[in-house]
Design a protein around this ligand. Structure first.
Ligand SMILES: [Zn+2]
Ligand SMILES: [Zn+2]
Length: 185
């Protein structure tokens, strides 16, 4: 991540949080989502604004983050390649801790096992939009399907079998055998 100017940036200065938790309510327009960052992901676009609330409290030397947000993702179905809307309504929590001063300059910081689950940060400012972005990535299913029963595309003619019945010969067996058969013709 470079230091390019961000069009959408919502930061919280952790040094400002003492006894009172800091609450941030914000919304991000669909343009906030930059597709170029994740070409291989199934997210085509955001269909609605992100409406988010993030509350950060100080707990000892750490910071506890509790957030929730809603939006609607436009995903691409893995089987039929059609776009479909996928509403999100998520809650998340994180623990943040500033990296010890002496290791702040190091690129990689080895975590002790008891430190797993803690996000170490550099500097006093946290970028709230990055938290939302990370949660959106984490919410993605292994396989994005427009519906469980999606029939996908015909392996011979590419017709979307959810919409059309193609005239390809009804074939039985694995698509690989079918291909083999066509090679022998
Ligand atoms: Zn589909
Ligand atoms: Zn077909």
């Amino acid at each position: 991540m470079g230091k390019k100017t961000r069009k959408y940036s919502i930061t919280t200065d952790l040094t400002q949080i003492q006894t009172k938790p800091k609450r941030s309510d914000f919304s991000l327009p669909p343009e906030w989502w930059d597709r170029s960052e994740g070409i291989k992901l199934p997210i085509l676009a955001l269909k609605e604004d992100v409406e988010a609330t993030i509350v950060i409290s100080k707990v000892g030397k750490r910071f506890e983050v509790r957030g929730s947000f809603t939006t609607v993702l436009q995903l691409q179905c893995d089987r039929c390649l059609e776009p479909f809307a996928s509403p999100l309504d998520l809650e998340f929590s994180l623990i943040l801790e500033r990296l010890p001063q002496e290791v702040e300059a190091e690129e990689e910081y080895e975590l002790a096992p008891e430190e797993m689950g803690v996000d170490f940060i550099r500097g006093d400012e946290v970028e709230l939009t990055d938290m939302i972005k990370e949660q959106i990535y984490l919410s993605l299913p292994m396989k994005a399907l427009c519906r469980e029963s999606c029939l996908g595309l015909c392996v011979s003619c590419g017709a979307n079998l959810n919409k059309d019945r193609c005239d390809c010969k009804a074939t039985t067996g694995h698509p690989a055998f079918q291909k083999l058969r066509s090679l022998h013709l």
